[in-house]
Write a protein that binds this ligand. Structure first.
Ligand SMILES: Cc1cc2nc3c(=O)[nH]c(=O)nc-3n(C[C@H](O)[C@H](O)[C@H](O)COP(=O)(O)OP(=O)(O)OC[C@H]3O[C@@H](n4cnc5c(N)ncnc54)[C@H](O)[C@@H]3O)c2cc1C
Length: 489
């Protein structure tokens, strides 16, 4: 049988700063690069067409880049263990190369199966860390130092010119062909950021050259942040760019002088990105349970009416609704507005964070489990170690969208209202409602919870929970595992 190496691409859809590809080429055997669209993952509650379109575009971009080396990523449809078994029957696999994945339960279990298959057949699986995240960590001792050594470390060139590519068996390709419905992925949607490292590099370049100038000033503004923030999150989440590439190029821009504060603020967030993924890597049960188990007893029965209104952007709170509708349409929202959406769901509406997790994962183009779950829990106030913030949606609106530009863009039914009144339509007088043709309850909903009492009641509940002895006991354990603060030392 033909000896080969396999590179299994996952959330690392790029052709540079890629140790698995680089080492597989160095091993010298003909190469098969595969990406597998897995039905189990496509059916996961976190998954959405926008993700798979982004992946599809990223793979097309990568194929374009390696075409001149006669390289191609074999794109297959099926479950990875089945495909792997089949490949083992056709080829003498000398090694499989991939990045480690800090993923959801489905990908974790699939990786265990893959590991079992490979070890039964004595095929080495060379897995490489990403993001400076270390598998098997018990605490954060030296994490920051390790992270800096990782991101500042040398980027080995991928020598595509030295690679030889194994021809893929035709019948196998036909067996695992993409089904009809996947043709939706190749239809471009210009409202979303396009996948691929070519686009990712354009965003990075324009941010470092120009857009960073207003980064810190606009970071919390729902409309202005769309241009002033880097917008690199989907490229990092799906691996079109590595964190090391982004860090090193930012560092160069920083050294060249201008607007250093903005770029260093941005670089700090690159570290947060990895910090959260490390947390999730160490405690992936966060996908389902509050990291602080003390909070489990405070869970409430889900109220489907409230959850649905929040999901649709029909809560009667203009900024909340505009944020949600914008996310549904474009897949992007800045950090503060994401935090406000979670705060509103979990505090004002008193729904468990779990009731919003899948919906947000589906609408975020940059869904990254390692950031998503820890951030959700932090904003919901169920860690017991972070300061709880209950965002006031009216104040956020007045502070960050004072002219109602963002609100009017996403809630056309409110465009007739003057800017100063748009933040609290429930306070319009009968005369104003008739002048501006607003029929609350018909053209736009009444607030689904009381603007007067919802936040204060939520505050009483969450602060009482923070004082619960079990919550406090759990918090000590979390500090020991996940932080390196002086408090813990
Ligand atoms: C409830 C909730 C869920 C989130 N889920 C995700 C997610 O699934 N995927 C995701 O990439 N980000 C997530 N974030 C973090 C953050 O909102 C986004 O990373 C950011 O808004 C992306 O925009 P940007 O690329 O323009 O960010 P920039 O401000 O330009 O930051 C650059 C990069 O730093 C990282 N980053 C920025 N802010 C944070 C942060 N607070 N925590 C961790 N990393 C950060 C991201 O990789 C980002 O691309 C979530 C935040 C909240 C509150």
């Amino acid at each position: 049988m033909q000896k080969i190496s396999i590179v299994w691409l996952k959330r690392d859809l790029r052709g540079a700063d890629h140790p698995p590809i680089e080492r597989a080429i160095a091993a010298g055997y003909p190469l098969i690069l595969i990406y597998v669209f897995e039905p189990s993952l496509i059916a996961a509650p976190q998954s959405d067409l926008r993700h798979w379109r982004f992946v599809w575009e990223s793979l097309s971009d990568l194929n374009e880049q390696i075409r001149s080396y006669s390289g191609v990523v074999e794109v297959l449809f099926g479950e990875v263990p089945v495909i792997l078994e089949r490949l083992c029957s056709v080829f003498d696999i000398q090694g499989m190369y991939s990045h480690q994945e800090s993923g959801i339960d489905i990908t974790f279990k699939r990786d265990l199966e893959v590991k079992q298959i490979l070890s039964k057949k004595n095929i080495p699986w060379h897995e490489y860390p990403q993001q400076g995240v270390k598998r098997g960590r018990k605490n954060r001792s030296n994490w920051v130092q390790d992270w800096f050594s990782y991101v500042k470390g040398p980027i080995q060139p991928v020598k595509w010119g030295k690679a030889t590519f194994q021809e893929f068996p035709k019948d196998f390709r036909i067996e695992h062909e993409l089904p009809e419905f996947t043709s939706l992925w190749s239809a471009k949607n210009p409202v979303f950021q396009p996948g691929g490292s070519t686009s990712g590099n354009k965003y990075l370049k324009s941010f470092l050259l120009e857009r960073h100038r207003t980064y810190s000033k606009h970071i919390s503004k729902p409309e202005l942040s769309r241009k002033s923030c880097s917008r690199l999150s989907p490229y990092l989440a799906w691996g079109c760019l590595s964190i090391r590439q982004v860090y090193q190029q930012s560092d160069q821009a920083l050294k060249s002088g201008e607007a250093s504060k903005s770029i260093s603020n941005f670089m700090e967030r690159l570290r947060w990105h990895c910090h959260f993924i490390q947390k999730f890597e160490m405690e992936s049960s966060m996908e389902y349970n509050s990291i602080n188990r003390g909070f489990e007893k405070f869970k409430t029965e889900p109220n489907q009416f409230l959850i649905l209104a929040w999901q649709k952007g029909a809560t009667g709170y203009p900024l909340v609704d505009a944020c949600m509708r914008c996310l549904i349409e474009t897949g992007y929202l800045n950090f503060r507005m994401r935090a406000m959406l979670v705060s509103f769901l979990t505090h004002h509406l008193r729904q468990n964070w779990q009731t919003g997790a899948d919906h947000l994962a589906r609408v975020f183009l940059d869904f990254e489990p390692g950031i998503h779950y820890p951030q959700l829990q932090m904003q919901a106030g169920v860690t017991g170690i972070n300061t709880v913030r209950i965002y006031n949606p009216v104040k956020q609106s007045q502070d960050h969208d004072p002219e109602g530009v963002f609100i009017k863009k996403w809630l056309p039914e409110l465009t007739s209202i003057p800017n100063s009144l748009i933040h609290e339509p429930w306070n319009l007088t009968e005369m104003e409602k008739s002048i501006y043709k607003i029929r609350l309850g018909e053209t736009y909903p009444y607030p689904i919870v009381s603007p007067v009492t919802a936040a204060s009641e939520a505050r009483d509940i969450i602060w009482a929970a923070q004082e619960d002895p079990e919550v406090k006991k759990e918090a000590r354990g979390i500090l020991a595992r996940h932080t390196l603060t002086k408090r813990w030392k």
